[in-house]
Design a protein around this ligand. Structure first.
Ligand code: ZN
Length: 104
């Protein structure tokens, strides 16, 4: 057993630590969690970016596996980063935009 947390808890963790897409500020990220899989995924339905998330009791790492449609993050592709790195980026996105983009 890998001691993975439940899907619900994983979603809570993401909502808490990763509330917006760092590229487009979209705030309804899809979280793809499967207990039998080693990695889980966060997908932005707005810009198409996708992260591979290493999660146990909490989010340990986040690796960008698909860039946004406009190639944001291509320098960070396949690099395993601390969740904090993406968190800061997400905050920056929101601060520079003032209001996160919403689905209308
Ligand atoms: Zn996005």
């Amino acid at each position: 057993m890998r001691g993975k947390i439940s899907e619900e808890e994983a979603k809570n963790q993401v909502a808490k630590h990763f509330p917006w897409c760092p590229f487009c500020c979209f705030e309804h990220l899809e979280i793809d969690v499967k207990p039998e899989r080693e990695y889980d995924y966060i997908i932005c339905e707005n810009c198409g970016a996708k992260w591979e998330m290493g999660i146990q009791e909490k989010i340990k790492s986040m690796k960008l596996v698909v860039t946004s449609v406009d190639w944001k993050g291509k320098d960070l592709l396949d690099k395993k980063m601390e969740p904090k790195f993406w968190q800061n980026k997400a905050w920056l996105c929101v601060l520079t935009r003032r209001t996160p983009k919403k689905r209308s």
